[in-house]
Design a protein around this ligand. Structure first.
Ligand code: ADP
Length: 500
């Protein structure tokens, strides 16, 4: 198939291999990747078999048990992390192009991700040199301190929606704390991570500290969750896979953190300026074509403004420029893969069968500039009921629903009415109401009169089935450490518990 989109400036005609013990290592099978913008072949990637994954784990084990990395001073590790941040910035154009090409997202979104990733390294480089222990008075003549130490070998498994950024959210705190890593990128979007790891090794990482294994979940991901040589597994992805990983981790009771899905509500009260609310609603669901764990996929709107809200959403959504990620005009790109296209279109059909009505969108876009790309129109459903699958399940695409409410209590009941608890937002000018509502939202990330603002400095993660633990902020560093108490007895002589 001939490509219908402008040629990218980055060269994909090169070897794309796993990276083990500081070196690229060719895999045993090949996977063809496709350009989501037009469905044309992009490049081939060589994938690891289970033996290679084992080798990567052993390399990380050796680098942790014998290597200098965990024993280096925090200042020396921070120097490497700062150098990585600068290196990412120096190569930001190349990395953003690669991300957009492989994942499909508009270039401007990819550029934002890359700069955020660099700053994530800067944040942890700074944090690890700050005091993080405790000196504790105890009821004895003891010098007692509490210190944090690295956990050991960390298996990290990331998805395809923010390939490079999700890897950096895991790399930066894990490395900063002194751990060693084997990371598996998504089989659909490994390119930016491969290039990033090459660049990271130019910044002074000792061999084996950071390994990446390419492949699908069963072959390359499952061993990271199962291996007894791995001390922690950190996963971002679907609830279904998160549960499999948690089960697999039980073998050696490794530490587990899970950042899973959401069905996040955005509540709009009638006192709010409706144009501002609509503007944020578009951003909440159509940014990255809705392939965001924290996407605002349910608009919980007061009945008095419901029709106006839907009319304004329709008017604005029709203007969203859908197209290839590397077209500077594009505001919303394609979905990542044919598989995701099928998932999203299946959900649209399910919603229709359940009786939900399409306010706009709902179609696949093909032909012309779309070629055989994986495009779905920005879509909005109205007339939904709380128990419909389109209201309860994560679509991971540009598809949202509008739910109507009368009272504050009803708004909260709807907002909290799923198994998830990742994010939620409230739009109102009433300060007391805003505070009451965010406090009552059962989720880990909230916004008042905003959406999607994400800061490296504050914890990211969810309540209920949206996951275990937190990434980012000081919590994100804690999640890569063990805690040790050190008690130094200042009394001389024997304890005398037993008679001589
Ligand atoms: P999706 O279904 O949207 O691709 P997943 O949660 O399945 O989302 O994928 C997220 C990441 O988890 C990917 O890197 C994928 O390869 C990996 N993965 C999938 N299945 C497993 C598994 N059984 N064990 C470990 N990793 C897996």
């Amino acid at each position: 198939m001939v490509s219908t989109v402008a040629k990218s400036k980055v060269n994909t005609d090169r070897n794309w291999h796993s990276f083990i013990d500081g070196k690229a290592e060719k895999g045993t099978t090949e996977r063809q990747l496709f350009n989501p913008a037009d469905g044309s072949p992009l490049c081939k990637v060589s994938e690891a078999d289970s033996k290679m994954v084992e080798k990567a784990i052993k390399s990380a084990r050796k680098a942790f048990d014998e290597g200098p990395w965990p024993k280096m001073t925090a200042y020396d590790r921070a120097k490497v992390l700062f150098a990585i941040a600068d290196k990412i910035d120096e190569h930001s154009e190349e990395l953003a192009e690669l991300e957009s090409l492989n994942q499909g997202k508009p270039l401007r979104e990819a550029q934002y991700d890359i700069s955020d990733a660099a700053n994530c390294f800067r944040y942890y480089a700074g944090l690890i040199t700050k005091p993080n222990g405790q000196h504790v008075p105890v009821p004895a003549n003891s010098e007692t301190t509490v210190v944090r130490e690295p956990i050991g070998v960390c298996g990290q498994i990331v998805p395809w929606n923010f390939p490079l950024l999700m890897a950096c959210w895991k790399f930066a705190p894990a490395l900063g704390a002194g751990n060693t890593i084997v990371l598996k990128p998504s089989e659909y979007t490994p390119l930016s991570t491969i290039r990033l790891v090459e660049l990271m090794y130019e910044c002074g990482l000792p061999a084996g500290v950071l390994n990446i294994v390419l492949g699908d979940g069963k072959t390359a991901g499952a061993p990271l969750a199962e291996s007894k040589l791995v001390d922690k597994v950190a996963f971002t992805g679907s609830v279904r896979t998160g549960k499999i990983i948690a089960q697999a981790a039980l073998g050696n009771l490794k530490k587990v953190t899970l950042e899973l899905g959401g069905k996040s509500p955005m509540i709009v009260f009638p006192d709010m300026d409706i144009d501002t609310a609509v503007d944020y609603a578009l951003f909440a669901i159509y940014c990255n074509a809705g392939q965001v764990c924290s996407a605002g996929s349910r608009f919980v709107v007061h009945e008095s403004i419901h029709d106006k809200f839907v009319a304004k959403m329709t008017e604005r959504a029709k203007k969203i420029k859908v197209g290839p990620g590397n077209d500077p005009e594009t505001e919303m790109g394609p979905l990542v893969s044919t598989q995701q296209l099928k998932t999203v279109t299946d959900y649209i059909e399910i919603a229709k069968k359940e009786g939900a009505k399409i306010a706009y969108g709902g179609n696949v876009l093909t032909g012309g500039k779309y070629g055989q790309g994986y495009y779905v129109e920005p879509t909005l459903f109205v007339d939904v009921k709380p128990d419909m699958r389109i209201v309860q399940e994560e679509v991971f695409g540009p598809v949202a629903v509008v739910q109507k409410f009368k009272t504050e209590e009803e708004a909260l009941e709807l907002a909290n009415g799923t198994d998830f608890g990742l994010a939620g937002a409230v739009f109102t000018n009433d300060l007391a109401l805003a505070h009451r509502v965010v406090k009552a939202l059962r989720c880990g990330i909230t916004w008042v009169n905003g959406y999607h603002f994400t800061y490296n400095e504050v914890p990211w993660g969810g309540y209920r089935q949206s996951g275990w633990g937190r990434e980012l902020g000081t919590f994100g560093l804690d999640a890569y450490t063990e805690v040790k108490q050190i008690n130094v007895n200042l009394d001389k002589g024997p304890i005398g518990w037993f008679e001589k």
